[in-house]
Design a protein around this ligand. Structure first.
Ligand code: CO8
Length: 345
């Protein structure tokens, strides 16, 4: 739960020509008295950009929210619009639920199967960072379309590059920023997750696959190799033989194979994948934000250090949580047979 949540936003997307690219506008609680003036709390009504038919499903939006618009301000806030992604904020539908929100990012470059051009990745990192800083949000979900999560880095952009240029600008190094968030990220993968698309999914903390998802590292077919974790994260997920097979042949594996190999944690019907991912996000977001962050950090440390170092790190994190109010609240609530009310402190 996030104590600072005030007016839980729901989301309206717009493709209005008044807006530049696919646009997200958050709608705030009706109780915001300044809704019509757009002055306080950064609320700016832009009815011209709101398409009510594209409102997020009511089952997953906050029941208190639907009439006015809120925009974030400050460096780490969501932008009003992005060119290559759609952004939504969802809250549990149960009004008594005290969970935090889920930030849902949909890669949206349909004509190129969500190929990860620089501009798309800039949008993605911006939105991920904004959600990471948003007190209302406890978990982030990244998804694509039913046809493609992402078909890899943009080949037409890459094809023109020369060594000196890619080396000097350390091409794609900014992708790693995705792994720097403190909040968990769930990848909900439908369709193709190839090359950089598979690598992006592997940068996330939990991978859920739609039943028709396909994973692959086909860079070898282009005369290159994976460059954003395909040779490193894949081996940790699926073991050497399968990783070698995928990297050396460029062959794709199905959702079921990915699950059998340990790359994804669940295969879910494609139609309900995103809603299920958001639901999982709600489950995470209602926990103590302190414990969630430390749990993520501790699990990720396991990939970097020896077992004894990892165990020491885990124990220190465990000790540190006894300095939080959430530990007191969580344990008291258990003993008092009630639901905990975490404040992320
Ligand atoms: N880049 C650019 N455009 C793409 C890409 C891509 N990766 N993938 C698909 N497209 C475009 C196609 O060119 C096509 O455009 P147009 O309609 O203008 O011709 C459109 O998307 C639709 O594609 P297809 O017609 O090919 O659709 P199909 O359903 O027939 O095939 C496939 C779908 C199988 C996904 C096929 O498009 C494909 O093989 N794509 C390329 C997959 C690939 O090789 N990915 C790896 C790219 S390399 C990479 O990701 C390296 C990452 C390194 C990161 C390094 C960090 C340091």
């Amino acid at each position: 739960m996030f104590a600072s949540r005030q007016a839980a936003p729901t989301l309206f997307r717009s493709t209005s020509r008044h807006c530049h690219g696919p646009v997200l506008l958050k709608a705030c609680a009706a109780s915001f008295s300044t809704a019509s003036t757009g002055n306080r709390h950064g609320i700016i009504p832009r009815a011209a950009c709101v398409n009510l038919h594209q409102q997020a499903p009511s089952s997953t939006t906050n029941p208190h929210a639907n009439t006015s618009l809120r925009m974030h301000h400050g460096e780490s806030s969501l932008k009003e619009s992005y060119d290559h992604i759609l952004v939504e904020t969802r809250f549990p539908s149960d009004p008594s639920a005290k969970g935090g929100g889920v930030g849902l990012i949909t890669l949206h470059r349909p004509k190129a199967l969500n190929a990860l051009c620089d501009a798309l990745f800039d949008d993605l990192i911006h939105a991920v960072m904004a959600f990471d800083h948003d007190e209302d949000i406890g978990c982030i979900v990244i998804t694509g379309s039913t046809k493609a999560f992402a078909a890899g880095a943009d080949i037409s952009e890459m094809s023109k590059q020369e060594f000196a240029n890619v080396y000097k600008k350390n091409m794609f190094s900014q992708w790693a920023d995705i792994t720097k968030t403190s909040k968990p990220i769930i990848a909900a993968v439908n369709g193709f997750a190839l090359g950089g698309g598979c690598e992006l999914a592997m940068m996330c903390d939990i991978l859920l696959a739609g039943s028709k998802a396909q994973f692959g590292q086909p860079e070898i077919n282009l005369g290159v190799i994976p460059g954003a974790g395909g040779t490193q994260r894949l081996i940790r997920a699926v073991g050497k033989s399968k990783a070698m097979e995928m990297v050396l042949t460029g062959n794709r594996i199905s959702a079921q194979e990915a699950m059998d190999a340990g790359l994804v944690s669940k295969v879910i019907d494609s139609e309900i994948l995103v809603d299920e991912a958001v639901k999982m996000g709600f489950t995470i977001a209602e926990k103590s934000g302190m414990a969630v962050r430390m749990a993520k950090e501790a699990v990720n440390v396991a990939e970097e250090v020896s077992l004894s170092e990892g165990l020491r790190f885990e124990r220190r994190m465990f000790h540190a949580l006894f300095a939080t109010k959430d530990q007191k609240e969580g344990m008291s609530a258990f003993l008092e047979k009630r639901k905990p009310e975490f404040t992320n402190e």
